[in-house]
Design a protein around this ligand. Sequence first.
Ligand code: DX5
Ligand code: ZN
Length: 219
Amino acid sequence: MAVQISPSILSADFARLADEVAAVPNADWLHVDVMDNHFVPNLTLGLPVVEALLKAATLPIDCHLMITDPDRWAPAYAEAGAGSVTIHAEASSAPVRTLREIRSLGSRAGLALNPATAVEPYDDLIGEIDMLLLMTVEPGFGGQKFLDMVLPKIRRARGLIERHGGEVWLQVDGGVSADTIERCAEAGADVFVAGSAVYGADDREAAVASLRSLAEGAV
Ligand code: DX5
Ligand code: ZN
């Protein structure tokens, strides 16, 4: 299990996105939250901005689609060149088809679960995905308080992934900070999204480095 850090640009300065992306050269991914004001009560950005970020960024892009009907919209993000495309289980009516399509277009396929969604019903989908994303806040906004109640699910998800061979990455998203990242790593997460903990810091690069060392120290 290798620790990876994926700063979320949701907390970045949207008027200076290219600079904000360049401020985290030591990250592994750039987490881009696509929200449609329908699946979640917030609106962010869509495919044109992701296409612009793909041109501006040297890091691979980790697209987190918090949108209704991802079966219709997700493949375009893979086609555009996102390194990873994650859809929400709660929003997809044909996840097997969509996840296979994402993979066939050359991206890693991710499945996201909200805090109240149990992981066990998705056991049979583990073979269809490259990453499982467990939300540690209700999706929609940055800067929310980490939900400790998700920790037992992180442990159970790590168990399911190990039973399937251990290849699937386990991402946590929401309230991940210097105060909470060790608990997540210890429970079995290996990919850490951090919005305000990175873009709320004066030195973004130092924030990434310190989150990484805390997570590595916890496993
Ligand atoms: C929230 C988004 C997150 C958000 C996390 O719904 O999916 O990626 O940016 O922000 P922080 O790290 O501030 O909780
Ligand atoms: Zn996210």
